[in-house]
Design a protein around this ligand. Sequence first.
Ligand SMILES: Cc1cc2nc3c(=O)[nH]c(=O)nc-3n(C[C@H](O)[C@H](O)[C@H](O)COP(=O)(O)OP(=O)(O)OC[C@H]3O[C@@H](n4cnc5c(N)ncnc54)[C@H](O)[C@@H]3O)c2cc1C
Length: 378
Amino acid sequence: MQTFEPEAIDWPDTAGALRDRVRGVLADHGPLDPVLRANSWTKPDPEFSRRLGEADLLGMTWPREYGGHEASQLERYVVIEELLAAGAPVGAHWIADRQSGPLILRYGDEAMKRRWVPAIARGEAFACIGLSEPSSGSDLASVRTSARREGEGWVLNGQKVWTTGAHVAHFMIALVRTEPGSERQRGLSQFLVPMDTPGISVKPIIDLTGAHEFNEVFFENVGLSPDALLGTEGDGWAQATAELSLERSGPERYLSSMVLLLELIRVAGDDAGPSVRELAGRLAAEAWTLRLMSASVAAKLARGEDASLEATIVKDLGNSYEQAIPELVHRTVAMDLDGPDVLSMVTAYLLQVSPSFSLRGGTREIIRGIIARGLGLR
Ligand SMILES: Cc1cc2nc3c(=O)[nH]c(=O)nc-3n(C[C@H](O)[C@H](O)[C@H](O)COP(=O)(O)OP(=O)(O)OC[C@H]3O[C@@H](n4cnc5c(N)ncnc54)[C@H](O)[C@@H]3O)c2cc1C
């Protein structure tokens, strides 16, 4: 059986300067909304993303030739950890910086790379993920949205759902069926679909808190040029699976409730009773362990090794951790959830949104099945 032993992380010498640079951008941006700091990687603020681009904090590991900064994976890790711990509104560029940019660099042709990658690194081009459909969630291989050849190009028809940020995105990376009559993983391809193409309509889905984060996206005879195909026709499944590894490995998978822990510690101050001390200590210790595990994944990726199993384990443990925090704080600290103080407001907000933490990016049941297979138990 395989084991996962987090390694001692050799943090880069530049870590301190990078953290200072992030704090400088945050200071220029001004005060953050105390509630929206929680789960901040789903909160879009295009102007903030542009400022990060100006400060060379996007596309950090990408080649300079395409607007990147040739930093290491651990340097990028330091930056995104700092942003998430502060609760910065990074939602606009998050998907493009995390997975779409790397995917285009890996599979895109030269024109696609030049058109999109530098714009992502400047914080001016945002992406959304077009995987889920009304009857294709966990069972992603049942995707039915199709692209058929017409003349030189393609015509796209179908529907995606739960598409985070489709209303602010400039393009979608969509997984669609290109081989008529094909089944399951065969006959799928990925396309880069500019969101302003005629025939696309984006309809908001409003969540429990009243927020508009995700959408339904409809494609009606959407004409795509031949160069919209990303990578190789028919290889969509393998490409999308590689994308999921990038999607599951980052610190956002355990830091979504971190501002609540920090607020708990701040409010408790030096006078905290034993139950609050015990909770703060336990949550801090778990955060430290998860950080080590998550950074180990970044270190492994930096060496060019396959870290998909470890990334999946971190996602499962991290989601359980970030999902448990609001419930534990609510149980331990006497509070009125309708109260105006920051601790109550953030707890109330996270109690509403945290059930989604173990759904997005693959549900807990599916993730555990993947882990069992990876460990040779299934
Ligand atoms: C906040 C949020 C943001 C999202 N953003 C995006 C996005 O940007 N792009 C995108 O494409 N998708 C997005 N999704 C969709 C997400 O990927 C799907 O919700 C998820 O994959 C589950 O699919 P489903 O909702 O169709 O549920 P289903 O697949 O219908 O699952 C329902 C339940 O059945 C369980 N289940 C299903 N199959 C099995 C099985 N074989 N064994 C055991 N249990 C099983 C699941 O674990 C789940 O609990 C987002 C979802 C959320 C909550």
